[in-house]
Design a protein around this ligand. Structure first.
Ligand SMILES: *Cc1c(COP(=O)(O)O)cnc(C)c1O
Length: 400
């Protein structure tokens, strides 16, 4: 076997080969492989990646402190910016403390193995993000997967494992807004199970921070579960338009992570410009609630338009609009047909999603205007009409 070219060929034959496309940014109108497109698949939900205040804060941090942190914080020290960002995040999240990580991925693969030890039991939602799965794998704890967003199944797994002879901890891990399905975890029920079974509760708010909650602090804030949730992870790279991530919680847990999270200890800290942008983003989210308002208006407009055209949405609970197509091949065809009409809506295939549930993951932004979204809907309508004329019928989300 001629490895890896045979394997790449096999991916190509199954329409699963991924390739990189070049882009010129994350504005609603951008350039993709040389073509001007309307961007409908970015996590720049609030448009903060293009906010002048973030660019200005990044520039002034860069000028003051240089281009690099040049070391792990435990070795060569923390910049004032690290401490200031952590203080602001903790205030915003309503927690005692917070710790900045280099990315959401690194936060999850660092925090989970630090908190979950041999003899512990991790209960992990079936659709958890790869970084949470990898965090569970890196820990020495046993992991049981509960059915997606199913508190009854979680409860039965907890009950099965609650013998008095067990000495290890229980740890529940879930996202609050699921990144590719766009649906919501039943956090209130999960929090009460965590209390009943004395489990540590870790919630990944990557797609909720900046978007949900009165102060944009996420679904934990929205549901007032600040005390019930032990560890909250949020990323600066999505709605906050910057890069890096944070973990927020009680002071003892945060101090413990400083001592035990390997991705925090053994990696160079984030550079000053990034910290500056993240600080400005935390301020912008709180000062400019109108961005959240226009995001939700845009979500509603696009969602209702797509439904009127007969597309099936896997969920209507968040800003993430997953349009179910079905097979990988058709999904990538739809992506290409939309691109031919100037709309960039990336298709997601296995292994990111289960086979047969390939989809477009549409993400409107606060900075799309009505004209943008009307153009997008017109392109969807043309694609659907052309496909139906060729005998195509879309899969229905309820029968899949
Ligand atoms: C994007 C994402 C991450 C990783 O965050 P990065 O900062 O991009 O590394 C973690 N968890 C979930 C649910 C995500 O969607």
């Amino acid at each position: 076997m001629n490895w890896p070219s045979d394997e790449l060929e096999s991916l190509r034959a199954r329409h699963l080969l991924r390739r990189l496309r070049s882009t010129e940014g994350t504005e609603p109108r951008t350039v993709l492989n040389g073509q001007t497109v309307l961007l409908l698949c970015s996590n720049n939900y609030l448009g903060l990646a293009n906010h002048p205040a973030l660019a200005e804060a990044a520039r002034s941090a860069l000028e003051r402190y240089g281009t690099s942190a040049s070391g792990s914080r435990l070795v060569s020290g923390s910049l004032a910016l690290h401490g200031e960002l952590e203080k602001r995040v903790a205030e915003w999240m309503g927690t005692e403390a917070a710790l900045v990580f280099n990315s959401g991925y690194q936060a999850n693969v660092g925090a989970i193995p630090a908190l979950a030890r041999e003899g512990d039991l991790i209960l992990s939602d079936e659709l958890n993000h790869a970084s949470l799965i990898d965090g569970c794998r890196l820990s020495r704890a046993r992991t049981r997967v509960f059915r997606h967003a199913d508190p009854q199944h979680l409860e039965s797994l907890l009950a099965e494992n609650s013998t008095a002879s067990r000495t290890g901890k229980n740890i529940i891990v879930t996202e609050s807004v699921f990144s590719v399905d766009g649906d919501l975890a039943p956090l209130t029920e999960i929090a009460s199970l965590a209390r009943r079974f004395d489990a540590l509760l870790i919630v990944d708010e990557a797609h909720a921070v900046g978007v949900f909650g009165p102060a944009g602090a996420g679904r934990v804030e929205e549901l007032q579960l600040e005390v019930a949730v032990d560890i909250r992870m949020g990323t600066f790279s999505k709605a906050l338009g910057s890069f890096g991530a944070f973990v927020a919680g009680r002071r003892d847990l945060i101090e413990y992570l400083v001592n035990r999270a390997r991705s925090f200890i053994y990696s160079t800290a984030l550079p000053p410009a990034t910290l500056g942008a993240s600080l400005a983003a935390v301020q912008a989210i709180q000062r400019e609630p109108e961005r959240r308002k226009s995001l939700w208006e845009n979500v509603r407009f696009l969602r209702e338009g797509l439904k009127d055209q007969g597309w099936s949405l896997l969920s209507e609970a968040s800003q993430i609009l997953p349009v179910l197509i079905g097979e990988a091949r058709e999904t990538m065809e739809v992506t290409d047909e939309l691109l031919a009409r100037g709309v960039f809506a990336q298709g997601l295939r296995e292994p990111t999603v289960a086979p047969g549930t390939s989809r477009l993951r549409l993400t409107p932004m606060a900075t799309h205007n009505r004209e943008d979204l009307t153009q997008a809907l017109a392109a969807f309508d043309e694609v659907s009409t052309a496909r139906r004329n060729r005998g195509w019928t879309p899969v229905s989300a309820t029968t899949s």
